[in-house]
Design a protein. Structure first.
Length: 72
């Protein structure tokens, strides 16, 4: 019962990623920039911020957690 109340790390991660994706969609839809300018801005930001590395680490951790649950 407490597990359902507190949630798990995986569900928290999924909720965070869903919120981040929703925020990104809203930002892109309300941006005054053209498509090409926006893609260049997003690519530049992604390179500077290292978000690709963070996403790769999160995906790896999620995969490992899922595989651990399947085995256990």
């Amino acid at each position: 019962m407490s597990e359902g109340r507190n949630g798990s790390g995986g569900s928290l991660l999924i909720a965070f990623l869903a919120g981040a994706a929703a925020g990104a969609v809203v930002a892109l839809l309300t941006s005054p920039k053209s498509g090409r300018e926006m893609r260049e801005s997003v690519a530049s930001w992604a390179r500077r911020s290292g978000v690709g590395d963070a996403v790769a680490r999160a995906a790896r951790a999620t995969r490992e957690a899922f595989e651990g649950e399947r085995e256990g």
